[in-house]
Design a protein around this ligand. Structure first.
Ligand SMILES: [Mg+2]
Length: 188
């Protein structure tokens, strides 16, 4: 089978990692639990920043957010390793800027994610992911953004939505709340 995954906030907890960096930079102590109440992907409103200030904050610290010690969601890394070991093909499709492509790939590899040559795609806009996913003829695709999964509605790809506080209104896809459940299921 051919499995495709978004990276940020699907496999790794980038939003939670950004929160810890913002806390340090802005000398605040916003609890991680505050993210569960927030219905936006962007976190700057927790710091009373305007959208413009939030945009600048993100851009200024983007590299640190991307390439330091962000954690994978429990079970995600192990599940992908297991799928690869079982002979399935794993593809990564991330909207991270093309300038960050090689560094992101290297960071993911170092983390232990199984990455084959030619299986890593970066730098497309959200609405362009559909073209890559169609070309790859994926069987399964997982993303945290419902708007991306919507673009795949006319395809044969079976989509899953990574459960997040900002996508609670979407109800068209099975939600992945806990990667460990899927890990246990394929172990059986
Ligand atoms: Mg994402």
């Amino acid at each position: 089978m051919r499995f495709g995954f978004d990276i940020d906030d699907t496999l790794i907890d980038l939003r939670g990692h950004a929160l810890s960096i913002y806390n340090r930079k802005l000398k605040k102590e916003i609890e991680a639990s505050a993210l569960q109440q927030l219905n936006t992907l962007e976190i700057h409103s927790l710091y009373d920043l305007t959208d413009d200030e939030g945009f600048k904050m993100w851009n200024q610290h983007q590299e640190e957010i991307f390439f330091t010690n962000c954690k994978a969601f429990p079970g995600a890394l192990e599940l992908l390793q297991k799928l690869a070991a079982m002979g399935h093909e794993i593809f990564y499709i991330t909207a991270r800027d093309a300038d960050y492509c090689q560094q992101t790939k290297a960071w993911m590899k170092q983390f232990g994610f199984p990455i084959e040559e030619g299986h890593f795609f970066c730098g497309m806009k959200d609405h362009e992911k559909v073209n890559i996913i169609k070309d790859l003829q994926l069987d399964y695709y997982v993303d945290d953004k419902p708007q991306i999964l919507h673009t795949l509605k006319e395809t044969k790809v079976t989509c899953f939505l990574k459960d997040q506080s900002y996508n609670q209104e979407a109800c068209d896809w099975e939600r992945i709340k806990d990667w460990q459940v899927y890990l246990r299921n394929i172990d059986q």
